[in-house]
Design a protein around this ligand. Structure first.
Ligand code: PAF
Length: 286
């Protein structure tokens, strides 16, 4: 495995390679990232993993500063999982001067759900991912379904900018009790960790209700909105601060118009704070 922190070295190394896949990360590598690396490796000879904590996509300075940085451990894990190249740029390398140009993400993606709570997050992620695409020119890039809204945005971005890069989505990897793996889980105290799967259980509960009711007369927008409200109340009563639970059509990224005909395309997305930690998760109905 080559660890590279220089653009010229990266470029000359990539010239020798045939088909390249990109797995962009912010480090603190866990099984979720490693499963993306293994997925990528099935399609290409070279997997490039980027480890870069992108300051510009953080809304709160403290969140950026506290983001877990575990590079020695990350490199070991990536090597064991047959990553070919790790690109480890500094902030100065990615942003040699003040970044004044950003990719504009349409509002139906950027202003709802995560976009309501994270400022210009999607525009900033689109911008850094595009920088990686320009530098690495991958044939394939793999993103986790846990960050569904981000993955949807990037798929669209690639179509709109004709990147010639195929976007693959990797399944969410869960801990023994259902909690989705996330770098932010390391911020949970032991008592918070013990109850952190409540968000996933709430999503499972909503999914079960959708599967049970989708052929019945009352399966409409009002029914879905009641499921969302009940889910939010449940989490809030369990000591969370729920920011949203929303059922949408995952192919179109909008509220379903006719839930009865669209139920197979539904996905339930949630974000909630447990103590000082903000967690997100989602569940597809089919
Ligand atoms: O999902 C992430 O870790 C980040 O948003 C990404 C895609 C690496 C861009 O910084």
């Amino acid at each position: 495995m080559k660890v590279i922190d220089n653009i010229d070295v990266l470029k000359s190394e990539l010239e020798k390679r045939r088909r390249v896949a990109l797995v962009p990360t912010m480090g603190n590598i866990h099984e979720g990232h490693l499963s993306l690396v293994r997925q990528a490796k099935k399609y290409v000879d070279t997997v490039v993993c980027t480890v870069f904590v992108n300051k510009l996509q953080f809304n709160e300075r403290a969140d950026f500063l506290n983001y877990p940085r575990t590079i020695d451990d990350d490199l070991k894990k990536l090597e064991m999982n047959k990553t070919d190249i790790v690109f480890l740029p500094t902030g100065e390398l990615m942003y040699p001067c003040e970044q004044e140009y950003f990719i504009e993400v349409p509002e139906y993606i950027s202003k709802c759900l995560e976009g309501q709570f994270r400022g210009p997050f999607f525009s900033r992620v689109a911008t850094v991912v595009m920088k990686f695409f320009f530098l690495i020119k991958p044939d394939i890039a793999v993103f986790g379904k846990k960050d569904f809204q981000q993955a949807f945005m990037i798929k669209k971005l690639c179509i709109q900018f004709s990147t010639q890069c195929t976007i693959l989505l990797g399944e969410t990897i869960r801990d023994f009790d259902g909690l989705a793996l996330s770098s932010r889980n390391s911020h949970l105290s032991s008592s918070e960790r013990a109850k952190a799967n409540q968000m996933y259980r709430t999503l499972v509960n909503i999914k079960e209700k959708i599967l049970k009711n989708n052929e019945l007369e009352h399966f409409n927008l009002k029914f879905l909105s009641q499921l969302e409200d009940t889910g939010k109340d449940k989490l809030n009563n369990e000591g969370w601060e729920c920011e949203y639970i929303k059922v949408i059509n995952k192919d179109l990224f909008r509220e379903p118009i006719c839930p009865k005909t669209e139920w197979r395309q539904l996905i339930v997305l949630a974000a909630a704070r447990l103590g000082g930690t903000r967690l997100i998760d989602n569940i597809e109905i089919v």
